[in-house]
Design a protein around this ligand. Sequence first.
Ligand code: SF4
Length: 238
Amino acid sequence: MPSPRPPKPAASPLRRTPAPELKARARRISTRLRRHYPDAGTALHFDGPFQLLIATILSAQCTDEAVNRVTPELFQRYRDPAAFAAADAAEIEKLIHSTGFFRQKTRSIQNCSRALLERHGGRVPEAMEELTALPGVGRKTANLVRACAMGHPGLIVDTHFKRVIGRLGLTAETDPDRIEFAVAELLPPSHWTHFSNALIWHGRRICTARKPRCPECPVCPDCDFGRPHCTGRLTMKG
Ligand code: SF4
């Protein structure tokens, strides 16, 4: 009997091979960002994958700083999925009230905690498919947890990533999942996590939504939007 064929790798849903120049530009941008933000990581405070998962659910529609203000007491009161699942919802709502959408977030946290208990014995799974099957967990959250708490390569497409990648002109995609797949074609996995975190910091500090500060931007020569505003102190080389 013939041995079964190995499964085919999952094809990119975009089905396009990026031009070599685009790949080279993405590499240069990634290298420059690494130089500019050598220690870039998530701004959320956490200890372990479960805390990062909860912190990320809380970060929807609010700043990481606002989340960091509520999580110390929250995680002291509820230490694991069992504690969150059994908690009085009103107590959680009170603790996370300042992060906004507190009822919806409490529901998501408790549903997610219950699913972790029922399906994974209270542990956060590592597989992308298992993470995204949890209530309230999309690819951004799953990538963030896998990348920043588990050490897997991941592209974290949040609102800053989405805005900056569009201005850079590295992809014309606008859907976050499609942006992730497009950028995955441009950079090797070893770049993904740092590139994401650095791009997010860059979006907060320099390439802000209101007014990008292109003349002082380290990736200006490689940016479609910013190139006309470069000062000339930067060159296209590395
Ligand atoms: S050059 Fe301007 S638009 Fe481009 S990434 Fe830098 S700040 Fe953003």
